[in-house]
Design a protein around this ligand. Structure first.
Ligand SMILES: Nc1ncnc2c1ncn2[C@@H]1O[C@H](COP(=O)(O)OP(=O)(O)O)[C@@H](O)[C@H]1O
Ligand SMILES: [Mg+2]
Length: 280
C-alpha cells in the first residue's frame, strides 16, 4: 500500500492506494496548526494500518519538510507542494496542461505542463479569508455555514453594480455585474441581511481568484484553468467562478474530489519515485 498526506493550514487530506485491490480511500481531518510526528501518527492511525503496512508514505503541504525521513522502517517521502498541486490537478481533470489553481486557505497558481510544474502567481485571498472575514462580518468561521447563508443572499445589496457605477455594461461585463465589492456600505444608511453579506463575501473571494487565474492563464498561454482545493467544495464559490468564466469566455474546470488534488499529486509522485530530492 501507498499513502500520501497533504498537511494544509486548514485541513489534512489523506489518500491511500492499495495497488493489489485497486482501491483508493480518501479522508480529511482538521489541521492541527503544526506538522510533526504526532500529527503524522494521527493521520496514519486514521488509515487503520501500522506504518510498516506502507511501501512509502508521501507528505506534502504546510511545513511537511520538518518531518523525519522514516517512520519505523517506512520511508517518508517529501514531495514539493507545487509539484503535487500541478500533477494532482492535471490528473483529476484529465488534462495534459493547464493553469492549476489551488484554492485552499490561500491561493496558489501553478502552470502545469505534463510533469513540468511552476509556481506562476497566487493570492493571499483564499478559503482562509472567507473564514476570517466570515468571523468578523457574520460571527462564524464555519465555511459550510457561510456557504449556506451565501446561497440564500443577494450580493448586489452590499456591492455596487456597473449600472450604478457607469450606467450600463462595460466591455464583456453585463450591467448587473458588480463594480465595487461591498461599496454600498460606504454610503450612509446601508443595511443588508447576513445572507446578503455572506453572498458578497463569497463573490469577493471567488472573483479575486477567478480574475487573477484568467489573466495568469492568458499570460502563460494555457487554455484551461483547473481549480482544486477544498474552497471549491462550496457550491456558492463554484457558482462565482462559473459566472466570471462566463464573462470572459474562459475555461474554468472544477474536477471531482478537488480537495484531494494535492494529496493525489503527492501519491502520483511517490508511485513514480520522482521525489523532490532537494528537500528530501
Ligand atoms: N468542511 C470544511 N472544513 C474546512 N474548510 C472547508 C470545508 N469546506 C470548505 N472549506 C474551505 O476550504 C478551505 C481550506 O482548503 P484546503 O484545500 O483544505 O486548504 P489547505 O490545504 O490550506 O488546508 C477553508 O479555508 C474553507 O474556506
Ligand atoms: Mg491542502
Amino acid at each position: 500500500m501507498f499513502a500520501a498526506i497533504d498537511f494544509g493550514l486548514t485541513n489534512i487530506d489523506i489518500v491511500v492506494l492499495d495497488p493489489e485491490s485497486h482501491t483508493e480511500r480518501f479522508a480529511t481531518l482538521p489541521g492541527a496548526g503544526s506538522v510533526d510526528m504526532p500529527q503524522l501518527e494521527r493521520a496514519i492511525a486514521w488509515m487503520g494500518h501500522r506504518p510498516e503496512a506502507f511501501v512509502r508514505i508521501g507528505v506534502t503541504g504546510g511545513q511537511h519538510r520538518k518531518l523525519p525521513d522514516t517512520i519505523g522502517q517506512t520511508p517518508i517521502v517529501k514531495v514539493d507542494e507545487i509539484t503535487a498541486i500541478g500533477l494532482g490537478g492535471l490528473h483529476l481533470a484529465d488534462k495534459k496542461q493547464a493553469l492549476v489553481v489551488s484554492a485552499g486557505s490561500g491561493t496558489a497558481m501553478i502552470a502545469a505542463r505534463g510533469h513540468h510544474t511552476q509556481h506562476t502567481t497566487g493570492s493571499a485571498v483564499g478559503g482562509g479569508t472567507l473564514q476570517g472575514l466570515g468571523k468578523l462580518l457574520l460571527g462564524t468561521s464555519d465555511a459550510q455555514q457561510i456557504d449556506h447563508l451565501a446561497q440564500r443572499g443577494n450580493s448586489n445589496v452590499p456591492d455596487l453594480t456597473l449600472i450604478e457605477a457607469t450606467g450600463g455594461a462595460l466591455g464583456q461585463l453585463p450591467a448587473d455585474a458588480n463594480a465595487v465589492n461591498f461599496g454600498r456600505f460606504a454610503r450612509p444608511g446601508t443595511s443588508a441581511t447576513r445572507e446578503d453579506i455572506a453572498a458578497a463575501l463569497v463573490v469577493m473571494v471567488g472573483q479575486v481568484i477567478a480574475v487573477i487565474a484568467i489573466n495568469a492563464a492568458r499570460a502563460e498561454q494555457l487554455d484551461d484553468i483547473v481549480v482544486v482545493g477544498h474552497l471549491v467544495d462550496l457550491p456558492s464559490v463554484r457558482k462565482v467562478l462559473d459566472t466570471v468564466a462566463g464573462y470572459y469566455g474562459a475555461s474554468i474546470v472544477i474536477p471531482p474530489r478537488p480537495g484531494f488534488a494535492t494529496a493525489l499529486g503527492a501519491l502520483i509522485t511517490i508511485m513514480q519515485n520522482q521525489v523532490d530530492t532537494a528537500c528530501g
